[in-house]
Design a protein around this ligand. Structure first.
Ligand SMILES: [Cu+2]
Length: 184
């Protein structure tokens, strides 16, 4: 069935091409694009904001926030960033509501993921799954219980891409991300 219809374009404009009727399928396709565009805009905005450093340039302190993605074994973002030479204050929240898992946040040197994950299993819960004096670990929070928030401060390492994980056994496979440290 063909009939005139409103058409929603991906850039947000809306037209009614009365002189050029579109099929039902075309209208549905246009609506899907418009919906995806709207969702992309409104869903990505808070995540991008959360992942972007709130740069306090005057004091050289960068505040980063990250949490678990609710009860999932995932972080709220897989991308964090800061500039070299800054002091970083990272706040980590265990946002689980129902599942009683503890988590930590641990920043690693490039290439040390496998070694740290293996060492963490041996470190044990009594040490918050944090291996003592492992050269691959830049900084780590303690284990954080459901609903808790902790913060750690550290100096941004040299420019590069640094993996972060939760080192609780079995978690790092899905609880990971990358901190990108950029030159000014
Ligand atoms: Cu975890």
């Amino acid at each position: 069935m063909r009939h005139p219809s409103w058409v929603f374009f991906a850039d947000g404009t809306v037209t009614m091409p009365a002189m050029h009727p579109v099929t039902h399928a075309q209208r549905r396709a246009a609506l899907r694009v418009a919906t995806a565009w709207l969702l992309g805009t409104f869903v990505r905005m808070p995540r991008a904001t959360a992942a972007t450093a709130d740069t306090r340039a005057a004091r050289g302190l960068v505040r980063l926030k990250i949490s678990t993605k609710g009860d999932l074994l995932e972080f709220s973002t897989q991308q964090l960033s800061c500039h070299v030479g800054t002091r970083v204050r990272l706040q980590f929240t265990n946002a689980s509501k129902y599942v009683n898992f503890d988590h930590n946040w641990m920043l690693l040197r490039p290439g040390s993921y496998d070694s740290v994950v293996a060492a963490a299993e041996k470190a044990g819960a009594a040490h918050d799954w944090i291996p003592a004096a492992h050269p691959g670990i830049i900084v780590a929070t303690r284990l954080v219980h459901r609903g808790e928030t902790v913060a750690v401060e550290f100096d941004a390492p040299p420019a590069g891409r640094y993996p972060y994980i939760c080192s609780v056994p079995g978690h790092a496979a899905s609880m990971w991300g990358v901190l990108t440290v950029t030159d000014r």
